[in-house]
Ligand binder design. Structure first.
Ligand code: GLY
Ligand code: MN
Ligand code: MN
Length: 452
């Protein structure tokens, strides 16, 4: 880093020698998770079998630049964590190399840069004096149960090399994540429980939030994300009033007004990098108005219709189709459809989708939109199987300038999003502990506001 214009680290001999002395060892030992390590090993094996005679490079990556010499927080590539079980503590620029001809896995990483090294205080990016102590290669080998090697030994193989720019590889790894293991599902349950605490912290903040209050709610959630997990699983949507109708509202600079609803879509990512993805729509006053409740209950009915077909043997797209029947039928009853619900539900029509343009759910895991590179026949068209984890998230969105809906509906947007894992006989409702019906939400808010 060239920052001589604002400070200069001494490079004189006496100083350099002095800086190498007087530091005791820092113990950076961590316990291995044998179950997760075994699962990662199995994934590496399957990958090598699918790509014979190749040298497969899976890079952890590097923190993206924010500006000049400042960076965003580092998060390893999902595929790297998938195959190593190394999550939030992964060392930047590590590379997993699988040689499928030899059947070997090697994890190349930067060795420690402690007091004995030249980088210790002289390199602001990797020197441990600046960025904190790192475990050494032996410790990482114990932690992840994979062979480690120094990054300096990594060679840039050009023949038979593939890496994450290869679409077939990305597709394979995306599809490998479709079925979650019991350990992975338990992580996701824990991510949901942390997310519930984030929502509770946020609800406690509602009575104090007014000007730019969406930010107050966003940051109340974020506090728990950093405290209980690694980070947010994605940017929080804290959308009050008409902002709820802007599907990706992450600016969150709106005011909080008493008579409105606030839609919060947020999830906490744990250190394992598994995330939750939950939406609750809540009345800022603590009580839904009649019209807010009317819309809310239709979304809830749509979600319940999706839950009802959430069982092995049904297809992923059935959940969406069932939810859409509820939405279309109510739109017909409200007199806002230009055709009958039956006509609207035909694939060539779909007028009801004006009020819910997004899908009803998606795979969830290490990525919020997990398995995104999976083929359609493995995703939308596939039968539900035990171990799949999804969101169910129907909504209704009535923009304030939508002239086709009754005036009393305008400016109201509702989404309800839950997380489920398919089991042998049905589903495990991962987010069952988070209040969901309008009555439950009111009771939840009241209990949080009235606690000592
Ligand atoms: N939070 C993104 C989504 O619900 O898909
Ligand atoms: Mn969401
Ligand atoms: Mn979602």
């Amino acid at each position: 880093m060239n920052a001589d214009n604002r400070s200069r680290t001494p490079k004189d001999k006496a100083f350099l020698e002095f800086m190498k002395t007087g530091w005791s060892d820092v113990n950076a030992l961590v316990e291995p998770n044998s179950q997760a390590n075994k699962e990662a090993e199995l994934k590496r094996k399957q990958l090598m079998e699918a790509f014979p005679n190749q040298v497969i490079y899976i890079e952890a990556g590097k923190a993206p630049t924010r500006s000049n010499d400042t960076h965003y927080r580092f998060r390893p590539n999902t595929e790297f964590t998938q195959l190593t079980n190394w999550g939030s503590s992964a060392v930047e620029e590590s590379v997993l190399v699988l040689d499928s001809k030899l059947g070997t896995s090697s994890l190349y990483l930067r060795p420690t840069a402690d007091a004995d090294s030249d980088e210790f205080f002289a390199n602001t990016e990797i020197g441990e004096f600046w960025v904190g102590p790192r475990p050494d290669l032996g410790q990482i080998q114990n932690l992840l149960e994979v062979q480690t090697k120094p990054l300096s030994e990594l060679s840039e193989v050009s023949e038979n090399r593939i890496d994450l720019s290869d679409e077939k590889l990305k597709q394979f790894l995306s599809e490998q994540r479709i079925i979650k293991t019991a350990w992975e599902i338990s992580e996701m349950k824990q991510a949901v429980e942390a997310t519930k605490q984030g929502f509770e912290n946020l609800i406690a903040e509602i009575p104090n939030a007014n000007k730019r209050g969406e930010r107050a709610l966003e940051t109340a959630f974020f506090q728990k994300a950093r405290l209980l997990g690694n980070d947010l699983g994605y940017e929080t949507i804290a959308a009050s009033g008409n902002h709820a109708n802007i599907l990706h509202w992450t600016k969150n600079d709106g005011d909080i007004n008493k008579g409105d609803l606030v839609l919060v879509d947020a999830g906490i990512e744990l250190d394992s990098l598994f995330t939750a993805d939950i939406t609750r729509t809540m009345p800022i006053s603590g009580k839904f108005s009649e019209v807010q409740k009317e819309i809310y209950d239709v979304v809830l009915e749509a979600a319940d219709a999706a839950f009802a077909v959430c069982t092995p043997g049904n297809r992923f797209r059935d959940m969406h189709n069932e939810a859409m029947k509820v939405i279309a039928n109510h739109c017909e009853k409200w007199g806002i459809l230009p055709v009958t619900a039956e006509e609207s539900l035909k694939s060539e029509n779909q007028q009801h989708r004006r009020w819910m343009v997004h899908g009803t759910g998606h795979h969830l895991g290490l990525d919020v939109h997990d398995c995104a590179q999976a083929r359609k026949e493995m995703y939308l068209d596939t039968e539900l199987q035990p171990g799949m984890v999804f969101t169910i998230e129907p909504g209704l969105y009535f923009h304030q300038n939508d002239e086709l809906v009754p005036e009393k509906f305008r400016g109201i947007g509702v989404r309800i999003e839950d997380n489920v894992a398919i089991t042998e006989t049905g589903y495990d409702w991962l987010s069952a502990s988070i209040p969901r019906t309008s009555g439950e939400i009111e009771g939840w808010m009241e209990s949080i506001w009235n606690r000592d």
